[in-house]
Design a protein around this ligand. Sequence first.
Ligand SMILES: [Zn+2]
Length: 88
Amino acid sequence: MGAVISIKTDMPCPNCHEPMEWQSKSLTYDGFYLGVAQTIPLSERVDGEMHGLCDSCGKRFDVELARGKAIGVRQSEPLSLPLLSSGS
Ligand SMILES: [Zn+2]
């Protein structure tokens, strides 16, 4: 718990479709929370939520994942930026 997980995925920015990076502190892999910061590939073993800030358009997104698929995307205000330091 609390570890920042980087997610390896080709998923682009939902707004401008530029490549961007995704991270999470609140996802599970095979149903378990990951306790060590690491990079994992986005696959059907991944559930939870990932977060990203687009360098190109400056928008921030929260993406809900179920079995590795994006089932919901929320756009957050860029100013609420404490990207991974809030929550939990
Ligand atoms: Zn963008």
